[in-house]
Structures are given as structure tokens and as C-alpha cells.
Design a protein around this ligand. Structure first.
Ligand code: NAG
Length: 167
């Protein structure tokens, strides 16, 4: 005869194994999802482009963005963090990456939208390298799962050219 304690122990062991399997399956099914993200961004206006007193270039932009990240959501997705980065090269750094805007998408129903925004964070260079510079705009996203590992990916959107002179 098995004691009650022994039986309970078995139940817990089975529950633990099932939970582990479920987590593994959740992670695996996330890996099988290959999202196809569609996004567009246009620079509608360079609001100002100036050199700060400390000598660093500063730019503010109005962006028209649209994106459809619905395919990044699976049943295991808690939320998706998105940001748009300005990326460019300078003599000092091969990649400068500056976040201009970010957003947390809470669910699939809010994962498709179009909006016009000013950059939430200014584009500030470490120096005065931005006149006439080509800037790449890249959409990055991080899908935070309920269980398993975070999935990061990105999509190059477009290039734009900053003016040759400050405004
Ligand atoms: C903003 O982008 C959307 C979708 O890409 C487009 O339909 C719309 O005409 C754009 N608005 C402006 C002011 O360019």
C-alpha cells in the first residue's frame, strides 16, 4: 500500500513534468512562428536641426509611421515592445543607434496602426557629424513571451538625408 504522502508526491512530480513540457512546447511553438512584419515610415518634416551649446547636433523630426506586427503575436506572447532607431555611421563609431520612438503593444488587436508623431527622444549625435548625413530608420521589436525566451528582430525601413546646413 502506498501512503498518502507518497501518492501526493507522485502527483506533484507529474504536475512538474507536465508544466515543464508545456513551457518547452510554448517556447518551441514560438520558434515555429515566422512573423511577416509590414511597416513603413516617412520623414514628413525636419522640425529643427541645430548644434547644441555643447557642440552636439540635435534633430527633431515628424514621422508618419504605419506597422502591422500582428503576426508577431502567438498565444504565448505577453506583449511586444517596438522602437524605431536612427542608425548611421561616423568616423568614431561604425554604428550609431539612437531610439527615436518606442511603444508597448499589449495585444494583437493593437498591433496594426498608423500614426504621425514627433520623435519622443531627440536625435542627438556625439559631435557634429549630422549635416548631410544619410540616416537609416530601422524598426526593432522584442516579443516578450509568457514563458520561454524573448524574441528580437528588426526590419530596415528607409533612408533619409539630413540637410547640409542647420535650420
Ligand atoms: C502616412 O502613411 C500612410 C500609410 O503609409 C499613408 O497612407 C498616408 O498618406 C501618409 N500620410 C502622409 C501625410 O504622408
Amino acid at each position: 500500500m502506498h501512503s498518502l504522502g507518497h501518492r501526493l508526491n507522485c502527483v506533484f512530480q507529474i504536475a512538474a513534468v507536465l508544466l515543464a513540457l508545456l513551457c518547452a512546447f510554448a517556447s518551441l511553438s514560438d520558434n515555429l512562428n515566422t512573423p511577416s512584419v509590414h511597416a513603413n515610415v516617412q520623414v514628413l518634416k525636419v522640425n529643427w536641426f541645430r548644434k547644441q551649446l555643447n557642440g552636439n547636433d540635435e534633430v527633431t523630426l515628424t514621422l508618419n509611421i504605419s506597422m502591422d506586427l500582428q503576426s508577431t503575436f502567438t498565444w504565448n506572447t505577453k506583449q511586444v515592445f517596438v522602437f524605431i532607431a536612427a542608425e548611421y555611421e561616423t568616423a568614431k563609431n561604425s554604428l550609431n543607434q539612437i531610439s527615436l520612438w518606442d511603444h508597448i503593444i499589449p495585444d494583437k488587436d493593437h498591433a496594426k496602426f498608423q500614426t504621425q508623431i514627433m520623435n519622443k527622444y531627440p536625435l542627438i549625435d556625439q559631435g557634429s557629424n549630422l549635416r548631410g548625413k544619410t540616416i537609416g530608420l530601422v524598426l526593432h521589436w522584442e516579443a516578450m513571451p509568457k514563458t520561454g525566451r524573448m524574441i528580437r528582430d528588426g526590419l530596415f525601413l528607409s533612408d533619409f538625408h539630413l540637410p547640409d546646413e542647420y535650420t
